[in-house]
Design a protein around this ligand. Structure first.
Ligand SMILES: Nc1ncnc2c1ncn2[C@@H]1O[C@H](COP(=O)(O)OP(=O)(O)OP(=O)(O)O)[C@@H](O)[C@H]1O
Ligand SMILES: [Mg+2]
Length: 231
């Protein structure tokens, strides 16, 4: 899919976030087309989460923090935050099914079917779907928590999905499979996805349509490597 012929659903021009002492984001320019899967890599503290939080309109202005820039952003943006947001008494199935019923006024049966399909699609094991989410110490794994959050995002069918480190806790094959599924969703539904990834592997990054790198609050173009990924 060529992004150049598609409508750009996210456009950021000269985005800056400054504290009194430092630049967290520094003159960031970028755009994302409908149906595009954009990857963002960068070391810890590079500004990846700040950028996604800004795009999800979740940044509250604190004393001494200034934000500037212009751009285009649709109202329907779904953020999968770096921290998992799930209720411990839920199961993956009840969490996604509830959202489905809420958004589409579907019957319990249809919502459960759709939730099961989405959870299996992103890679939640069948045995885990009806397990209590619980706490990290006694519930489902960190990786499966991330996958449930991604399933919620896919259930919402937003125009733009922001995934902040969705692959935390996943092994390399589950990571690659999740990336493959998200790419497929972008290309088939036309939703745009911006995804940060902390420890990129060759296998995972090959699924991005485009890759950018962040460092010290600045954004740079990055090449998707064919054979080896140096990072
Ligand atoms: N509201 C704020 N006030 C002051 N500093 C902030 C604020 N928000 C973020 N920062 C700082 O901005 C920098 C970028 O943080 P951010 O969380 O965006 O990085 P990141 O690339 O997501 O890192 P990680 O890979 O660890 O998640 C960090 O040094 C952080 O401490
Ligand atoms: Mg982060």
């Amino acid at each position: 899919m060529s992004s150049s012929r598609k409508e750009h659903v996210v456009i950021c021009r000269d985005l800056c976030v400054h504290t009194q002492n430092a630049a967290i984001l520094s003159s960031v320019f970028f755009s994302v087309a409908a149906g595009e899967f954009l990857g963002i890599v960068g070391e810890s503290g590079a500004g990846k989460t700040t950028l996604l939080r800004l795009l999800s309109r979740r940044v509250r202005l604190q004393d001494g923090v200034t934000i500037s820039g212009t751009g285009v952003l649709p109202p329907e943006v779904w953020l999968v935050a770096q921290e998992n947001v799930l209720y411990d008494h839920d199961t993956p199935l009840s969490a996604v099914s509830f959202l489905h019923r809420l958004l589409y006024e579907s019957t319990t049966e249809k919502a459960d079917d759709e939730a099961t399909r989405l959870l299996l699609r992103v890679g939640v094991p069948e045995l885990v779907i009806r397990q209590r989410i619980g706490n990290v110490s006694d519930g489902i794994s960190v990786g499966n928590r991330r996958l449930v959050n991604v399933a919620l995002a896919l259930c919402a069918k937003s125009k733009v999905i922001l995934l902040d480190e969705p692959t935390t806790g996943l092994d390399s094959s589950a990571t690659a499979e999740l990336m493959r599924v998200v790419r497929e969703v972008c290309h088939t539904t036309g939703c745009a996805c911006i995804c940060t990834i902390h420890q990129p592997s060759d296998e995972a990054v090959q699924y991005f349509d485009r890759l950018v790198a962040m460092n010290g609050g600045k954004m740079y173009c990055a090449k998707i490597p064919r054979r080896r990924w140096w990072y």
